[in-house]
Design a protein. Structure first.
Length: 210
């Protein structure tokens, strides 16, 4: 599918007002063309008289201020627009952070990979610096479960900051095959006094994870 055609088609499946659909499409295409997320740069992708800079800027501000987005519906529409059915996916969880002036921006992002295509599906803005906690990670996976189900997960991959007994127990209890980097001296206690292999193929003598 041609990217610009996809971007124009996607919002039409979300029951948005026609003008909001056109604004969204123009913003995404403008972002790709300009390589810039600042509003003044995105105005160049909006249709209309070139000289009406202030009106275009206000149109962008209104979109972000008033357009409600159902993120489950958005994720569903994105996947179905590309693949036409729920595909088997490899999930990846990661965190990205940067500063905007003195403010810390810290996002937790869950993506789905099918072949060479990777799509961000669910994300949350953390209200603190540093790593996420188990509840925040579970929240993203619960959104995925409610939208696509768990049968379509081929694997789940994350870096070694995404550990902890409660979190790994969640993955294990939902039978999600996972691959998570661990320090070579870290082992997992599943609450049973015996060895339990991790889904990623690691086996350790039981000991509680702090």
């Amino acid at each position: 599918m041609i990217l610009k055609s996809f971007v124009k088609t996607l919002p039409q499946t979300l029951n948005w007002h026609k003008e909001r659909c056109e604004t969204f499409s123009s913003l995404v295409i403008g972002l790709i063309d300009q390589g810039n997320v600042q509003h003044h740069a995105l105005t160049r992708g909006l249709a209309g008289t070139p000289g009406l800079f202030k009106s275009k800027l206000e149109r962008i501000r209104r979109f972000f201020a008033y357009q409600e987005i159902d993120y489950k519906a958005f994720a569903w529409a994105t996947v179905m627009s590309v693949f036409k059915k729920i595909p088997k996916m490899h999930l990846i969880l990661d965190r990205t952070s940067w500063k905007f002036g003195k403010k810390d921006i810290n996002y937790l992002v869950l993506t789905g990979t099918v072949g060479s295509v990777t799509v961000p599906l669910f994300w949350s803005l953390l209200d603190h610096q540093g790593c996420s906690n188990a509840a925040q990670r579970v929240h993203l996976l619960d959104q995925f479960k409610e939208t696509f189900g768990l049968d379509c997960i081929l694997s789940f991959t994350a870096d070694r900051e995404f550990v902890g007994k409660e979190w790994l127990s969640y993955l294990h209890s939902h039978d999600i095959p996972f691959f998570i980097r661990l320090k070579d001296n870290r082992v997992i206690d599943w609450g049973q006094n015996q060895k339990r292999p991790l889904k990623g193929g690691v086996s350790r003598t039981p000991r509680k994870v702090q």
